[in-house]
Design a binder for this molecule. Structure first.
Ligand code: GLY
Length: 388
């Protein structure tokens, strides 16, 4: 058993702590807050096909693999908590508003299918059957059967319950969760291993990882949470949509993610401006585009408008691995638009790293995956030589 300190309690930190506890380690979490940054805003699409764009060749296999880890995670969580897990395996519809949107989606689908994804173009009748509330004027849609979703807030609450509960035979002790103060330096942490999962805040903490150029940048997203009143539904209906809908509306991306109980999460903006709150233009465009795809969105109640920053990296891939010269510290950040999807995979790979000898080359899938997300890949060789 090792004593591991996890710094940060977003979904990456929480699930990493959970996996470490599951493997018998003693874990402490230190964080300013719990699941209140990107995790709090995230829509939670587990969508390795429809979330990957043209040319993201290195991201695609990671995303596909990561999606499968969520099934295992749900099973492990269910053994440790009775809280709802928020996982829904309904498919995703990818909708083109007009003919040029649909043509762009068809081209992307060709690339996705060539990479092994399952994408099927629907006839109008098939689309009506699956989503009768969508506007009649949409040009067409693809079905992505294996792109699912999880409610990140529900998942985070379940993870906290499992972390602090009695656990299972073989688990480490209940995790201690200390919040309310930030960690200024890894020097103040007394542990065998330190895992830095503080998102954008990772770069602010002093420690050996400061040798690395993490190249993190904030990429803001505006997120709306709507509620569908009973008056907008037919008897027996729970929501306006059953499937998650991703759409292209005259070139602009949009997603509508239905939750049980009538919730609808609306998003897709990516802003690199200096506004930390929601953008008026972003919110306006999201609502207008949503109403073009799903006209009855006008009948819903707007319950929440927030914005959060995702930790972006130059190549859209995360940063996961030990710090050169000090393998006691592992960096796990930069999950950008895919933190929820990649979280269960990141947790497993981080726990794997504690089981390998830092001097021995990695093997198999682990070697390839961790090479792609090497946290030193943006750091100059001369800088790395200083610590080797
Ligand atoms: N993964 C969806 C988003 O970041 O907007």
């Amino acid at each position: 058993m090792q004593h591991v300190a996890v710094i940060g309690a977003g979904i990456i930190g929480l699930l990493t702590a959970l996996e470490l506890r599951r493997r018998g380690h003693r874990v402490d979490i230190r964080s300013t807050g719990v699941a209140e940054q990107a995790t709090y805003a995230a829509a939670g699409m587990l969508a390795p096909t429809s979330e990957v764009q043209f040319g993201q060749h290195s991201l695609r296999p990671l995303m596909t693999k990561a999606a499968s880890y969520h099934r295992t995670l749900a099973a492990e969580l269910a053994l440790r908590t009775e809280q709802p897990l928020g996982y829904r395996d309904t498919p995703t519809l990818v909708v083109g508003r007009d003919r040029s949107d649909l043509e762009a989606l068809r081209q992307l689908a060709l690339e996705q299918c060539a990479a092994g994804s399952e994408v099927e173009e629907l006839t109008s009748a098939q689309l009506r059957g699956r989503a009768p509330t969508l506007a009649r004027h949409v040009a067409g849609a693809m079905l992505v059967p294996r792109d699912h979703q999880v409610d990140p807030r529900t998942l985070a609450a379940a993870a906290i319950d499992a972390l602090t509960g009695p656990g299972r035979p073989g688990d480490g002790p209940p995790v201690s969760l200390t919040t309310g103060s930030s960690v200024a330096s890894t020097d103040e942490i007394d542990a065998d291993q330190i895992i830095l999962t503080a998102g954008l805040g990772t770069a602010e903490i002093n420690g050996p990882h400061r040798v690395l150029d993490l190249s993190l940048r904030p990429v803001h997203g505006d997120i709306l949470r709507l509620h569908v009143p009973d008056s907008a539904l037919l008897p027996g209906e729970d929501n306006l949509l059953d499937h998650t809908v991703r759409a292209l509306v005259r070139g602009r991306p949009l997603y509508l993610v239905p939750r049980s109980g009538g919730g609808l999460v609306l998003g897709a903006t990516s802003r690199e401006d200096d506004m930390t709150g929601a953008s008026a233009g972003g919110v306006l465009t999201l609502l207008q585009d949503a109403a073009e795809i799903l006209p009855s969105v006008r009948d819903t109640e707007l319950r929440e408008v927030i914005a959060r920053a995702r930790p972006g990296t130059p190549d859209d891939l995360p940063l996961l691995g030990p710090v050169p010269g000090d393998p006691r510290v592992i960096v796990s950040t930069g999950y950008h638009r895919h933190g929820i999807l990649l979280s269960a995979w990141a947790a497993a790979r981080t726990a794997d790293l504690l089981e390998v000898d830092p001097g021995v080359p990695l093997l198999g899938d682990m070697a390839g995956e961790l090479a792609a997300v090497d946290p030193a890949r943006f750091t100059t060789t001369s800088r790395l030589q200083e610590v080797s």
